[in-house]
Design a protein around this ligand. Structure first.
Ligand code: NAP
Length: 320
């Protein structure tokens, strides 16, 4: 199965390495890569470390026409304000009969209904497991294992970068040190202010609400406060010995639709959301038939994001 990549940063490089490791069993091949500043590469035998990048394709359409791929993987930088250009990349792929996988939460947060309907109309598959909690099954868990379930709300800590930053602040280091540490791990957004200002969590919250609660919201509707204002001193004063601050995302159904918030919250240490360490994430979903379900991801790295893309690819390969 031939694959075209939009974006080739931390996630893309990890994904290509994973495909190489899996090749004996899963014959997936990346045949084209399109980037913003590093040009475009095509190689029908499979792009390798030696494949040269030439001048950038003039448009996403031109790139896809030349790539000759069956699946497009959208892993460009997050744009939490409008989801572009990723939404347009996905539409260009659908228009050419190409299935789409994305780890970019922008399109799911801004245009899920339209993209889902367009894929369905064209009998194409659209998968996005890595948009929330990397490769940990969230959407696939609900799709495959929880039929007929109603999700009434959720609470989560699922921005690893802010978890890393808060740890650094607790050590007395400035916020910039935490950002640097997250960037070294390859987990920060291209623009790390999207992590610290809560945009990444807002986009994930909107994506969850759109897919699991049919909310039809965007990140712009999330009541959002980030952690950019926190200092080591302010954090120590707030937390004391029995409480922890975390950037918490919440969603809940109301008579007027789904409400969403992202805020630094002061949580008692008994709260599971307060007890996460490292880059770990926790999502709790409130359901009608299963009470509250918790999905815990221990210390994810960019490799788990790549694995989520891989599971989507296998899902598509098995379904067509
Ligand atoms: N890193 C993680 O742990 C993680 C986890 C879950 C989801 N994600 C999501 O995965 C996506 C990629 O993350 P990343 O960490 O790989 O980011 P990254 O390292 O900053 O790489 C972004 C890539 O996108 C390319 N790009 C940006 N705008 C583009 C455009 N208009 N057209 C074509 N290419 C474009 C960049 O090209 P240039 O290098 O040439 O500028 C670069 O190759 C993001 O949407 C992110 O939210 C990441």
């Amino acid at each position: 199965m031939n694959i075209a990549l939009f974006g080739f940063g931390n996630v893309g490089r990890s994904f290509v390495k994973l495909l190489e490791r899996q090749r004996a069993v899963y014959p997936f091949r990346v045949v084209a890569i399109h980037t913003a500043h590093h040009g475009t590469a095509y190689d029908l035998r499979g792009v390798s470390a030696d494949t040269p990048f030439g001048p950038a394709a003039a448009s996403a359409g031109e790139f896809l026409d030349k790539a000759n791929a069956e699946v497009a993987v959208e892993i460009t930088s997050l744009s939490p304000h409008d989801g572009e250009p990723a939404i347009s990349h996905i539409r260009e792929a659908f228009a050419r009969g190409i299935h789409v996988i994305t780890a970019n939460k922008g399109p799911i947060a801004h245009a899920y209904r339209e993209l889902r309907n367009e894929a369905s109309f064209r009998q194409l598959l659209f998968r996005f497991e890595s948009t929330v909690m990397d490769g940990t099954p969230v959407f696939n868990l609900v799709r495959h294992n929880l039929p007929g379930l109603t999700i009434n709300g959720f609470s989560a800590v699922f921005n690893s970068t802010t978890q890393v930053i808060l740890e650094k602040l607790r050590e007395g280091l400035p916020l910039a040190e935490g950002v640097r540490a997250a960037q070294e791990l390859g987990i920060a957004e291209t623009d790390a202010s999207f992590d610290t200002d809560g945009w990444d969590s807002a986009a994930k919250a909107a994506a969850l609400a759109n897919v699991l609660m049919d909310a039809g919201v965007t990140p712009l509707q999330v009541d959002r406060t980030g952690i950019g204002h926190l200092t080591p001193h302010a954090l120590a004063n707030l937390e004391g010995n029995t409480q922890r601050v975390a950037l918490v995302a919440r969603g809940w159904s109301t008579a007027n639709g789904v409400q969403l918030s992202v805020k630094p919250e002061l949580l008692h240490l008994d709260d599971p959301l307060a007890r996460l360490q490292g880059t770990s994430n926790l999502l709790q979903i409130d359901t009608d038939c299963m009470g509250t379900l918790g999905i815990l991801e221990f210390n994810p790295t960019v490799e788990q994001t790549a694995y989520g893309l891989f599971t989507d690819l296998v899902d598509i390969a098995r379904s067509i």
